[in-house]
Design a protein around this ligand. Structure first.
Ligand SMILES: Nc1ncnc2c1ncn2[C@@H]1O[C@H](COP(=O)(O)OP(=O)(O)OP(=O)(O)O)[C@@H](O)[C@H]1O
Ligand SMILES: [Mg+2]
Length: 361
């Protein structure tokens, strides 16, 4: 089993409380690497645990291949899960930690040995099989936790923030290792994180969650370039997207200060109020004394990029520029942007005005 279909899935923990997952719909194809991303409390772990069978489904249908699995026991679901706070047994060595699940399932000794050695080979742990967890680095311990999932030979991997205990450098290394592992094994994977960079760099498709609702499902490119909602626009990308207030009249985009940004590429009805989203890389400092006037309040050299923070029309704005620009705090700069690159959102619903939403049923 490796395809997953989620149809109108809802979850509430008890009758007195509201739903924490509202109408979750998603089709996961074989070999996909799906990332659930969203802020704390949005329902990522709850959804993953429903797929694992560790949490009941209040209503809706969960299919794995051609089988409705709502009431199937976790052990019969052909999944392996890696938790955020994986606990290795401190008194067991690496071999026994990886072998634990297989021993519980009462497999033959020779079979267990073969499986553990294969997993150790894949994860680069062959030389460490006799060590205790305390004598391993954080990344090696994490790999042992992954090893436990791999030996199960399940068709679906579920991972709940598996890298959150690691420092930044190790996280980046493990990110690569997990992607390589997926490339090698091809196991359908659902990976949960609240880190948008992990989502962008690892996913074949991203599911952006907010308050128990799906905001958007799409490839990293789709989610970044055509965010369906203001929430997605703000959540995905670093630095976050900038927002200004404006209006649309005769297909011209006008800032609330009266300044005309330009003619919109597609036809829009007049709108008195619209949220205008502009990514930091779509703003450039111009020598001309016209455009958006910005007062600089902070400058960050990020190596290859310069992040200039300041205020435009009372709003905090970040511009990504070439570090060869010499900019200081309190400078007044003029910025220009191409109207082709702006994002427009309905001020009430937060939905993109460019009907680009991707909703699966
Ligand atoms: N056992 C439970 N009983 C009642 N409510 C719960 C339970 N577990 C989670 N919740 C609630 O369900 C909502 C979703 O929680 P969940 O753990 O799925 O969020 P999350 O997206 O995984 O967050 P985080 O990034 O912090 O791990 C939250 O409002 C949470 O308080
Ligand atoms: Mg969680």
């Amino acid at each position: 089993m490796s395809k997953i279909k989620m149809k109108h899935i809802k979850k509430r923990y008890d009758d007195k409380n509201d739903y924490v997952i509202h109408d979750f719909n998603l089709n996961i194809e074989e070999n996909e690497f799906i990332v659930f991303v969203g802020p704390s409390g949005c329902g990522k772990s709850t959804t993953l645990r429903m797929i694992a069978g560790l949490e009941s489904i209040t209503s809706g249908e969960l299919w794995m291949d051609d089988k409705l699995v709502n009431d199937v026991e976790p052990k019969d679901r052909d999944i392996a899960m890696v938790f955020q706070n994986y606990a290795l047994f401190p008194h067991y060595n690496v071999f026994d930690n990886i072998a634990f699940g297989l021993k519980m399932q009462k497999h033959k000794k020779q079979f267990i040995k073969k499986r553990v050695e294969e997993a150790a080979e894949i994860l680069g742990l062959t030389d460490y099989l006799k060590r205790k967890p305390k004598d391993l680095s954080g990344g090696q311990r994490q790999r042992v936790a992954l090893g436990r999932a791999i030996v199960r030979d399940a068709h679906i991997f579920l991972m709940d923030e598996p890298l959150s205990n690691l420092d930044a450098k190790l996280r980046i290394q493990m990110r690569k290792e997990i992607i390589n592992l997926h490339r090698r094994l091809g196991t359908t994977t659902i990976y949960v994180t609240h880190d948008q960079t992990e989502a962008m760099t690892m996913a074949s498709r991203i599911v952006v969650l907010n308050g128990g609702y799906i905001e958007q499902i799409g490839t990293p490119e789709e989610v970044y370039n055509t965010p369906a909602t203001k929430f997605v626009a703000e959540f995905m990308g670093s630095p976050p997207m900038n927002f200004l207030e404006g209006s649309i009249k005769n297909n011209q985009l006008i800032l609330h200060t009266g300044e005309v940004l330009g003619n919109l590429p597609t036809t829009f009805n007049d709108l008195e109020k619209v949220d205008i989203g502009i990514r930091a890389e779509n703003l450039t400092v111009t020598e001309e004394k016209q455009g958006l006037m910005m007062t600089v309040n902070h400058v960050e050299l990020m190596g290859a990029d310069l992040h200039i923070h300041g205020v435009v029309n009372g709003k905090e704005i970040t511009v990504r520029e070439d570090p060869k620009n010499k900019v200081s705090v309190n400078d007044t700069l003029f910025l220009k942007t191409n109207v082709e690159n702006v994002h427009l959102f309905d001020v009430q619903s937060g939905k993109s005005l460019f009907e680009r939403e991707k909703v699966e049923v």
